[in-house]
Design a protein around this ligand. Structure first.
Ligand SMILES: Cc1ncc(C[n+]2csc(CCOP(=O)(O)OP(=O)(O)O)c2C)c(N)n1
Length: 325
C-alpha cells in the first residue's frame, strides 16, 4: 500500500494524475497531460479519427475520409486493371495528414506560388495521391475512373498534367533531387513555403537519393521534409532481402539530417513529427514512418497486393471490411 501511495505521489508530481488529499477523498483522475500520454501509448489507435477535416464535399471526420480514400484507391486500381495497390494503401494516412491537416495549398488555384509542395517520389503510389487531390477538390471525383486511360490526366505515375501534382515522378530515386531543387529555390527567393517528399524504403537503394540527401544538408535546407514510407517491402521481397537499408536513421543522421521515427498510421504522431520538423532550423528533416504495405484491408496487408489487382470478389470483400471498421 505504501508503495502504491509512493507511485501515486510521483505521478501526481508529474501532473499525470490528480487526487484530493483532504479527508473528503475525491478519487483519482487522469489530468489532460495524463490523457495525452496514455493516448500516445495506444498502438495504432486513430487518435484523430474524430477530427473534422475540410474536403470538397464539406467537413468530415478524418477516420471517415481515410476510409473513403482507401475505397477510391481500391476502385481505381480494380477498374484500371493495373496499379500498385499495396504501395498506395501504405501512404494514404501520410498523404491525408499532409493535404488535409498540414500543407498550405489551394485546390482552386493549384499554381499558387506560396503553396507548400509535395513530391511523390514513389510515384507508383499515384492512386493514393489522386484520391487525396480529388477529395481536396483539384479535379472531379468522377475522373478517378480514368486512371491509366490513354489521353487521360491520371497517368500510372504522377505527371504535372494533373491539377495539384507538383512533380513528374516514377523513376525511383529522383524525387528527392527535385524536392531539393524546389527547397533551394525557395531559400533563394526568401519564400516561406515548405517542400515535402515521400520516398519508398526500397527507393533508398537508389544512389541518387544519397547525393540529394548530402546536398540538402550542405545547403541547410530546413524547409524540406523527407518522409520515408518504411513498409519494409520492395517490389520483389523485403528491402532487407533485396539490399539491406538499415540502419536507416543512422545513415540520415550521418548525412546531416534531423531524424524522427514514427508509426506512419498514428495520425497524431505523424502530425507531431511534422510540427517538430517545422521548428527545426539549419538542417533538413527526415521522418521514418513505419507503415504496413496494403494498410487498411487485412488480407491485402504485406506484399501480396504489391502489384496484384483485386478481382471482383476481392474488391467486394475489401470494401465490406472497410465498411465494418
Ligand atoms: C529506377 C526504377 N527502377 C525500378 C522501378 C520499378 N519499381 C516500381 S515499384 C518498385 C519497388 C519500390 O519499392 P519501395 O520504394 O519500397 O516502395 P513500395 O512499393 O514498397 O512502397 C520498383 C523497383 C522504378 N519505378 N524505377
Amino acid at each position: 500500500m505504501e508503495d502504491l501511495r509512493g507511485h501515486a505521489r510521483v505521478l501526481k508530481e508529474l501532473k499525470l494524475i490528480d487526487y484530493g488529499e483532504s479527508p473528503q477523498f475525491k478519487g483519482v483522475e487522469l489530468t489532460e497531460l495524463g490523457k495525452f500520454i496514455t493516448n500516445l501509448t495506444i498502438e495504432d489507435e486513430p487518435i484523430l479519427a474524430g477530427e473534422m477535416v475540410q474536403t470538397r464535399s464539406g467537413a468530415k471526420p478524418l477516420g471517415q475520409l481515410l476510409k473513403d480514400l482507401r475505397r477510391q484507391v481500391l476502385h481505381m486500381i480494380a477498374n484500371a486493371g493495373s496499379g500498385h495497390l499495396g504501395a498506395s494503401l501504405s501512404i494514404v494516412d501520410i498523404l491525408a495528414i499532409l493535404y488535409f491537416m498540414k500543407m498550405q495549398h489551394d485546390p482552386i488555384n493549384p499554381d499558387w506560388e506560396e503553396r507548400d509542395r509535395l513530391v511523390l517520389s514513389k510515384g507508383h503510389a499515384a492512386p493514393a495521391l489522386y484520391a487525396v487531390l480529388s477529395e481536396a477538390g483539384y479535379f472531379p471525383k468522377e475522373e478517378l475512373t480514368t486512371l491509366r486511360e490513354l489521353g487521360g490526366r491520371l497517368h500510372g505515375h504522377p505527371d504535372t498534367v494533373t491539377p495539384g501534382v507538383d512533380a513528374k515522378t516514377g523513376s525511383l530515386g529522383q524525387g528527392l533531387s527535385m524536392a531539393v531543387g524546389m527547397a533551394y529555390a525557395a531559400k533563394l527567393d526568401k519564400a516561406s513555403h515548405r517542400v515535402y517528399v515521400v520516398i519508398g524504403d526500397g527507393e533508398l537503394h537508389e544512389g541518387q537519393v544519397w547525393e540529394a540527401a548530402m546536398t540538402a544538408a550542405h545547403y541547410g535546407l530546413d524547409n524540406i521534409v523527407t518522409i520515408i514510407d518504411r513498409n519494409k517491402y520492395q517490389l520483389t521481397g523485403t528491402t532487407e532481402e533485396v539490399k539491406g537499408v538499415e540502419p536507416i536513421a543512422d545513415k540520415w543522421r550521418a548525412f546531416g539530417w534531423n531524424v524522427l521515427n514514427v508509426n506512419g498510421h498514428d495520425h497524431f504522431a505523424v502530425l507531431d513529427a511534422l510540427e517538430v520538423c517545422e521548428h527545426t532550423h539549419g538542417k533538413p528533416s527526415v521522418i521514418i514512418a513505419a507503415t504496413t504495405k496494403g494498410k487498411g484491408v487485412s488480407f491485402m496487408e504485406g506484399n501480396k497486393f504489391s502489384r496484384s489487382v483485386p478481382n471482383a470478389a476481392q474488391l467486394k470483400q475489401a470494401l465490406e471490411e472497410l465498411d465494418r471498421r
